[in-house]
Design a protein around this ligand. Structure first.
Ligand code: RTP
Ligand code: MG
Length: 161
């Protein structure tokens, strides 16, 4: 190992934890899921997102492949609903977007409501537009770290503004 390589490893170890601690808290990642797109709810949901003060910094209509969905939801691969989840998320186009606002991850989870629309608060996106726990209209990242990973899964840096 030459000196430059050694220095690169040292730098990475030394600064990686610091970077993580300072990770930005002003962005989250969302998908308007296939059921929301099928039912023509894209416009209404984007209205709610804008009205709640989120700025759209990346957005596209796209469709996940089976491999995409398995990777994206890998954390749920042992759950009994995993097969259904992958079928659902790949059956039609989604709107993927990166959103910016102070405290974005937490505030967006509040705006979308509980996973099960039957338990979601009045006025939340899932209460208004989700049919069931399995088909619940919208995704929101659950941490700053996952927001960064999920945003990078769908968007190149040059497509994020
Ligand atoms: P998301 O990741 O999509 O924002 O949803 P979440 O955090 O509120 O819920 P999570 O536990 O991460 O579950 C991911 C998605 O899997 C489907 N699901 N189906 N049939 C079921 O019992 C069940 N439970 C979860 C939903 O589409 C959920 O959003
Ligand atoms: Mg989740």
């Amino acid at each position: 190992m030459n000196v430059n390589r050694l220095y690169a490893v040292f730098k990475k170890r030394r600064f990686a934890p610091k970077f993580k601690k300072n990770m930005r808290t002003d962005r989250t990642f969302t998908m308007l899921k296939p059921d929301a797109v099928e039912k023509g709810h894209i416009g209404a949901i984007l209205e709610k997102i804008n009205a709640a003060g989120f700025k759209i910094v990346a957005m596209k209509l796209t469709q996940m492949t089976t491999d995409d969905a398995k990777e994206f939801y890998a954390i749920h691969k042992e759950r009994p609903f995993f097969g259904e989840l992958v079928e659902y998320m790949t059956r039609g186009p989604i709107v993927a977007a990166i959103l910016e606002k102070d405290n974005a991850v937490e505030d967006f989870r509040t705006l979308i409501g509980a996973t099960n629309p039957a338990e979601a608060a009045e006025g939340t996106i899932r209460k208004l537009y989700a049919a069931s726990i399995g088909e619940n209209a919208v995704h929101g990242s659950d941490s700053d770290e996952n927001a960064a990973i999920e945003g990078a899964f769908h968007f190149a840096g040059r497509d994020t503004f």
